[in-house]
Design a protein around this ligand. Structure first.
Ligand SMILES: Nc1nc2c(ncn2[C@@H]2O[C@H](COP(=O)(O)OP(=O)(O)OP(=O)(O)O)[C@@H](O)[C@H]2O)c(=O)[nH]1
Ligand SMILES: [Mg+2]
Length: 505
């Protein structure tokens, strides 16, 4: 039996960025020729792409964990590490993407539509890129950023213009087979159709798609039969066609009663009220069927429905029905005018990461939070004092120190960056002692502004350009900092060289 999977959870883990490299250029007679460590490569993204040859989400049901490759660390001699490879996952047309809280974040319609499910981490800057007029020979590099990790729910909502709804065995699949090239399974037992079938119909100039959905029965909204689960495939349809069985032998059923029950269930599902409806009275090739269609046709028309007596078996009335479908489609297409649906590249919503906040805790400690600062922390190799100094500079430049003073922090206070397990804890050492002394423990000193503007200007500040460059790149887990093997060797070699040259003197 084929399994149809139309809802899966995908655990997407983008590649980690490679670490920046610390390296010193060496030449004969010129052992310390300046920093030449390259940047780490970017981690690979995970992308979803709509592919016409994919019809189910089954693959992700079987292997929901997907990982893109990581970027490599930078090398010495100004060489950047290679970027990780993107992982491109094919999904069916009509895949809707939700985050783990159930918020819809993308609706992938149109072949070739791409969605970046998880973004690869930036590579860390090497010491070459970190060098500036103020910091000529950085002895540190930034760590690569971890790749984005996201739990996404993928749901397939078929993209069809018209949906056929009705009781099991009303002849929905037979109708699709009769009006299109689709060859769904047809049988005289209920719930033959377990997955929606799609067919392409041509009526005159108009081409459109028709889908049938598994049969509905009374109580479907309470989960009877196959339930209302499959109605999500109807949601995108422009119009509904009720397929009513005029040949049923069940005594408690007739087309009018069936219609009312199905409408009840649709109302329970909700959101389909505005779709125009047509009625197909099926099986008029049967003598009883034709009589039944005659009997109920009028009263259904009186209720305002367009009614088409048809037979999927003898093909009677089918062209009238398909032309009626085409008219509705044409009308809505004209109303929707030009609809640009294909090849939209969707990215995760950009978040404003420029802000940060400082809050004072009751125990005298302080918390700093903000996405940009968290990134900087992840980029920092905490085994390297220079790297830590660089982090402190960056934070000061953003105004974190000033904010800490405002909130009443004094030297030695515990400052936490981030929350939970990822938090990094510092004992705060203000770089501007005079400010702390002047301000005392807390409060808004009238001299506040003048005090603060003065010293900060003279500090070792990066130029805007340098700063922008550094924000571009970004890291690793601060608890597992990694210095590239090659680099450690470099550092040792340099020391040896130095020792050797001293001996020679
Ligand atoms: N005589 C006659 N039989 C029909 C006609 N249309 C469908 N049938 C028969 O009705 C039975 C059910 O048809 P299907 O097309 O499988 O019905 P369905 O609505 O798709 O049913 P489910 O998939 O179970 O919901 C089959 O035995 C068909 O041969 C028709 O126009 N005339
Ligand atoms: Mg069927």
């Amino acid at each position: 039996m084929t399994t149809f999977v139309d809802r899966v959870t995908l655990y997407a883990m983008a590649g980690k960025g490679g670490d920046g490299c610390v390296s010193v250029h060496r030449e004969k007679f010129k052992p310390l020729g300046g920093p030449d460590g390259g940047n780490g490569g970017r981690g690979g993204d995970i992308k979803l792409i709509v592919d016409p040859n994919v019809t189910t989400l089954l693959d992700y049901h079987h292997s929901p964990h997907r990982k893109a490759t990581s970027g490599r660390a930078g090398y010495g001699d100004r060489k950047d590490g290679p970027a990780g490879e993107d992982l491109v996952l094919k999904v069916p047309n009509g895949t809707v993407v939700f985050d783990k809280d159930g918020n819809q974040i993308a609706d992938l319609v149109g072949n070739g539509t791409v969605f970046i499910a998880a973004q690869g981490g930036h590579g860390g800057l090497g010491n070459l890129a970190l060098a500036s007029s103020k910091r000529r020979a950085p002895g540190f590099a930034l760590l690569g950023e971890p790749g984005e990790e996201r739990t996404l729910i993928l749901e397939l909502k078929s993209v069809a213009d018209i949906a056929l709804v009705g009781y099991p065995s009303a002849g929905k699949s037979s109708l699709i087979a009769a009006i299109s090239a689709a060859r769904p399974k047809i049988a005289d037992y209920p719930f033959t159709t377990l997955i929606p079938n799609l067919g392409v119909v041509q009526a005159g100039e108009t081409r459109f798609t028709v889908a049938d959905v598994p049969g509905l029965i009374p109580g479907a909204s309470q989960g009877k039969g196959l339930g209302l689960e499959f109605l999500r495939h109807v949601e995108r349809c422009v119009a509904l066609v009720h397929v009513l069985d005029c040949g049923t032998l069940e005594t408690n059923r007739n087309p009018v009663a069936d219609l009312e029950i199905i409408e009840d269930e649709l109302a329970q599902y909700g959101g389909l009220e505005d779709r125009p409806r047509l009625i197909a009275l099926n099986k008029i090739d049967l003598p009883d069927g034709a009589a039944m269609a005659d009997m109920v046709g009028e009263s259904l028309r009186d209720r305002g429905y367009e009614v088409y007596p048809v037979s999927a078996a003898s093909r009677a009335g089918l062209s009238d029905l398909t032309y009626a479908m085409a008219r509705i489609i044409q009308k809505t297409r004209a109303e929707m005018a030009v609809e640009e649906r294909t090849r939209i590249v969707l990215r995760p919503v950009a978040v404003d990461d420029s802000g940060f906040s400082v809050s004072a805790n009751k125990d005298g400690s302080f918390n700093i939070s903000g996405p940009k600062i968290m990134r900087w922390v992840r980029q920092t190799n905490f085994k390297n004092a220079e790297a830590i100094g660089y982090l402190a500079d960056r934070m000061a430049q953003l105004g974190v120190e000033r904010e800490l003073f405002k909130k009443g922090a004094v030297a030695g206070n515990e400052v936490r960056v981030g929350t939970g397990d990822d938090a990094v804890i510092f004992d705060w050492e203000p770089t501007i002692e005079s400010g702390a002394e002047l301000l005392g423990a807390r409060g808004e000193d009238v001299r506040f502004d003048s005090v603060w503007r003065g010293p900060e200007k003279e500090r070792d500040q990066l130029t805007t350009e340098e700063l922008a460059r550094q924000w571009e790149f970004t890291v690793i887990d601060p608890r597992t900092p990694a210095l590239v093997e090659e680099l450690k060797m470099d550092a040792e070699d340099v020391a040896e060289d130095e020792a050797a040259s001293e001996e020679n003197v």
